[in-house]
Design a binder for this molecule. Structure first.
Ligand SMILES: N[C@@H](CCC(=O)N[C@@H](CS)C(=O)NCC(=O)O)C(=O)O
Length: 367
């Protein structure tokens, strides 16, 4: 009996506490009471999750994009210092979204090993360098992957005249691989699982790795299949090298930002989704003006800033997505420009097709 009395009193006490807490959370002033403001008052604090990155980039007047400089088709710098590639186009797309100017980018080439420190230290605003989304990069390395722009997998390439056509043919062989990559780790996992012994020949960058392979210092070379296609195109005799019909891993590649700035995350993420959606709705750099002037599709109107104000919700103008499409193009245009059938780095779309076309590209709704 006493116990029950105690329990009832406890429940009432807790309820009382909760009510007090709720009352405490209520506004201190009635809503109608005018709040006094002065001209010199500090602006209200930014909403939770709004970090400094957009402000820093805007004040600087350009985006600093961490990229590859050695992988044609993805991130490559030519003799005149011009950057091009699929990843590079996403740097341009972010600059178009922020500044309405795809050239407002400073490219910062980073190796596989230095890329995460460059992002963590603030040396770069975003990393777009054929970087695979993994658990530890997303957590321990304090990064956030916004979306996958290219679904890839690890491959293996050997000279055609070597007769090596399967991983098992590499038993006891030497394999060229780049350090600081998922490639190095997957190679160890896959070969251990299959019981194949090998010697890794490890290099700091792609030039070192593929240079050694071209000189015959290893029996085969391994990296993402996109990297193999890209670097094969730069060999003196591309036709003499075969990418094996094997996929050793999943390599979802995409832009990475730092933890702690949700606004920036959203900007980079929705820049990517804008390119997916534009392809899905058939909006291209060539027809975007006509579509903007005439479409009555509400989602396209929102995407292009005709209706609603999506841009302002992430601190951008409402032309942000229009500028991306007009100045850089939709996903298919970006893909074809860098990896399409008319390029030396042709890679069939495969998984990187729209979900409506048998692939996995799928932009959430623009509303
Ligand atoms: N996607 C893998 C591999 C990325 C990678 O670094 N691949 C090499 C081989 S193609 C590369 O891009 N090297 C270029 C360089 O070091 O500049 C990862 O994120 O670890």
């Amino acid at each position: 009996m006493e116990k029950r009395y105690f329990a009832i009193v406890s429940v009432l006490f807790v309820l009382g506490l909760l009510l007090t807490a709720c009352a405490g959370a209520a506004p201190q002033q009635p809503a109608e009471t005018p709040v006094e403001t002065t001209e010199t008052e500090e602006p209200p604090p930014a909403p939770a999750g709004f970090g400094q990155t957009l402000q820093t980039v805007t004040n600087r007047g350009r985006l600093i994009c961490g990229v590859n400089s050695q992988v044609p088709g993805f991130g490559f710098v030519d003799a005149d210092g011009n950057y091009s590639g699929f990843d590079v186009d996403y740097c341009k797309a972010i600059a178009a979204a922020i500044f309405g100017d795809p050239t407002a980018v400073e490219y910062r080439p980073v190796t596989a090993t230095e890329r995460f420190t460059a992002l963590q230290s603030g040396e770069i605003d975003v990393l777009i360098r054929n970087t695979t989304w993994t658990f530890t990069r997303d957590t321990e390395l304090t990064g956030n992957f916004v979306a996958t722009t290219f679904y890839d997998g690890q491959g293996m390439m050997a000279p055609e005249d070597s007769g090596i056509t399967t991983l098992e043919d590499l038993e006891g062989g030497t394999i060229c691989v780049q350090t600081g990559t998922t490639t190095e780790l997957n190679l160890a996992d896959v070969f251990a699982a299959r019981g194949i012994s090998y010697t890794p020949a490890v290099y700091e960058d792609a030039d070192g790795t593929f240079g050694a392979y071209a000189e015959g210092r290893c029996d085969a070379v391994t990296t993402d299949k996109s990297g193999l296609v890209a670097r094969r195109s730069a060999l003196p005799d591309p036709e003499n090298h075969v990418i094996m019909d094997v996929t050793m891993s999943k390599e979802p590649l995409g832009p990475m930002v730092r933890h702690g700035d949700d606004q920036w995350f959203d900007i980079v993420q929705w820049t990517v989704f804008a390119t997916f959606a534009a392809e899905e709705y058939g909006v291209t750099s060539a027809n975007v003006d006509d579509v903007r002037a005439s479409t009555d599709n509400p989602e396209i109107r929102r995407l292009l800033g005709v209706e609603d104000e999506l841009g302002t919700k992430v601190g951008l103008s409402n032309e942000w997505a229009y500028n991306i499409i007009k100045m850089v193009g939709n996903y298919a245009e970006i893909y074809d420009r860098n990896l399409g059938p008319d390029t030396p780095t042709y890679i069939p779309r495969g998984l990187n097709s729209q979900y409506t076309d048998g692939g996995v590209l799928y932009a959430p709704p623009f509303r």
